[in-house]
Design a protein around this ligand. Structure first.
Ligand code: CAO
Length: 545
């Protein structure tokens, strides 16, 4: 059974960031198969069948969309029934067909037949090369490889050579490890490949194929005694390299990497290789492009660049990888910050009565197993303020001459997770009461921290609240979750002496910071929105109006 990507809402593609299974693994329904990630969150894709993983159809970094097949699982209960049905259909067909048309391993699919075959890739004719050693193994068991993907790099005393995949498939077994000495015919790897043929063509279940013959190509050293890179003579990339650009001459990269570089328009002589002997890998090319994409807009916009400093000159440093959610979240925040003119307005709401009421609900909340915090009241109060001031529940149309007013109220709220900040959305918050809002906040923040949020939980927000109240602070400048136009920041409530005209009274004051897109909302509107919001929070009877 194919395990496919479910509906992603309005997201077209997500990235595969983790493979949770390998070919041969046994899985149960709901076991994670892969982890996928959009620019807002990552989620595990659960298996919809039990059985054995027979094929993994994606690799790390692949972009997949709704309906993409990520893996094939066979042998589960449901699958067995299907297989029995298929077997009896096959038996029927075999009875009807001539004996030499029979293909035991094939599964009929209409006119064509799909089957898998295990193909052994062997070391090709390497001429008179001696003491050939495996210096790099670029694959591991369970990996999916595409045509031209690097399998291994071999090196003799005269040359190094890359062995690339001639067919796409999944690595079933690896015959070599780094440091092994090999010769012509040594088994490198067994690939499980998918074949599709007409049913009148016989097909062997297992075949053996030597890797294509090699011919030398210049090494990065350009030295007569240095290593020489060998690329398949038949490779179309070799033809492409026959008239290399002057700048490509000293590049040390394989055919797949060169093809990727051509597709992306990257001059390989500008890329620093991180592979063995400074060989350029696909990741190096992607990293180069990413670097250009993130640095150039600032330069193009005429923004001064932040200086790059070698901090190790001043003391010990450590480089720590950021989670993808943090990297992408940073991109989103930066995009919003440089594109939307932010104004932040601060105020305080007197929530003394609200707090008395909230305290009085705590016992009942416990019996309902619900946690009731100031955030639930803020969501409710914001819904009312958004109904009163619809332009806060809008987006600026990309034509910049129209506002998209949303007739729904979906409140996003920032959740701090170990992987970074995510913003799940309470859909139709204006139709929910305080109990249901509290329940939604708990459910969505637990899902966020367990990386279980679905794409749908993260989409469709029309206004965001970022509450740091439980953590502290007296105010901050929240960055708008573009293309929304406003966000409410909430800091820690504090008891303060408030002058009532006769005396100072101890009141519980909640600091609020409203950031808005000044292209859409002017300061007076901002002030009115804040005034309305603080009035409701100060007198929660108004929530019922
Ligand atoms: N002032 C004082 N106390 C507050 C408060 C405030 N503004 N807001 C919440 N609290 C209290 C709660 O009442 C609770 O105490 P009790 O159990 O005694 O009632 C305690 O702080 C913990 O609350 P909580 O954090 O569990 O629940 P929450 O509803 O306030 O917040 C959530 C939920 C998911 C928003 C929060 O856990 C979170 O992740 N906050 C971080 C958001 C963030 O990082 N924003 C920054 C984005 S910009 O970088």
């Amino acid at each position: 059974m194919d395990i496919t990507i479910p509906s992603l809402g309005d997201i077209e593609e997500v990235e595969v960031i983790e493979l949770c299974v390998a070919v041969g693994d046994t899985v149960n329904i709901d076991d994670p198969i892969v982890v996928i990630e959009s620019d807002k969150a990552s989620m595990e894709l659960p298996s919809t069948a039990s059985g054995t993983v027979v094929e993994i159809k994606v690799a790390l970094g692949d972009m997949v969309g709704e309906g993409s097949v990520v893996a094939v699982v066979e042998g589960g209960k449901k699958q067995k029934i299907e297989e029995q049905e298929e077997e009896s259909e096959q038996e029927q067909e075999q009875k009807e067909a001539p004996a030499d048309d029979v293909m035991p391993s094939a599964v009929p699919t209409g006119d064509a037949v799909q089957s898998t075959a295990d193909i052994d890739v062997l070391v090709p004719d390497i001429g008179d090369a001696k003491d050939v050693v495996v210096i790099e193994v670029a694959i591991k068991q369970g990996d999916r490889v595409e045509v031209d993907d690097l399998l291994v790099v071999l090196e003799s005393d005269k040359a190094s050579m890359e062995i690339a995949a001639e067919q796409a498939g999944t690595v079933v077994t690896l015959g070599v490890a780094e440091g092994d000495e090999v010769g012509q015919g040594t088994h490198i790897v067994t690939l499980r490949v998918q074949n599709q043929q007409r049913s009148d063509v016989t097909h062997p279940e297992s075949v053996t194929t030597p890797a294509p013959p090699m011919k030398p190509a210049p090494s990065p050293t350009d030295s007569a005694s240095g290593p020489i890179e060998l690329v398949p003579a038949s490779s179309p990339d070799t033809q492409a390299q026959s008239t290399p650009k002057a700048s490509d001459k000293k590049v040390y990269a394989g055919p797949a990497v060169r093809r990727l570089a051509r597709e992306l328009g990257v001059d390989l002589s500008s890329v620093v290789g991180t592979g063995n002997r400074s060989r350029i890998t696909k990741d190096d090319v992607k990293g180069f492009v990413k670097g250009r994409l993130t640095s150039e807009p600032a330069a193009a916009a005429g923004l001064p660049q932040v200086a790059s400093v070698d901090f190790s000159k001043f003391g010990e440093v450590e480089l720590v990888e950021l989670s993808r959610i943090r990297v992408r979240g940073a991109d989103n925040l930066h995009r919003s910050w440089v594109n939307l003119p932010h104004v932040t307005q601060h105020d305080e709401a007197d929530v003394s009565e609200l707090e008395v009421f909230r305290e009085s609900l705590k016992a009942e909340a416990q019996t309902k197993d619900i946690k009731i915090t100031p955030l639930s009241f803020l969501v409710k109060a914001c819904c009312q303020a958004l109904a009163e001031f619809p332009e806060f529940n809008a987006s600026l149309h990309e034509n910049r001459t129209q506002l998209v007013l949303k007739k729904f109220v979906n409140i996003g709220f920032a959740v701090d997770t170990p992987e970074g900040l995510v913003v799940p959305v309470i859909k139709g918050a204006d139709r929910l009461g305080i109990w249901d809002i509290s329940k939604k906040i708990s459910e969505l923040s637990e899902k966020a921290r367990a990386k279980k949020l679905a794409m749908d939980d993260l989409q469709g927000g029309s206004f965001t609240i970022s509450s740091l109240g439980a953590i502290g602070g007296t105010g901050f400048t929240p960055i708008i979750n573009a293309p929304e136009v406003a966000i409410l920041g909430v800091a820690r409530l504090a008891t303060k002496p408030i002058w009532d005209g006769h005396d100072f009274q101890p009141r519980q004051m909640l600091p609020l910071s409203l950031s808005y897109d000044h292209r859409v909302i002017n300061g007076a509107d901002g002030g009115r929105f804040m005034g309305f919001l603080t009035a409701i929070l100060s007198d929660i009877r108004r929530l019922t109006l």
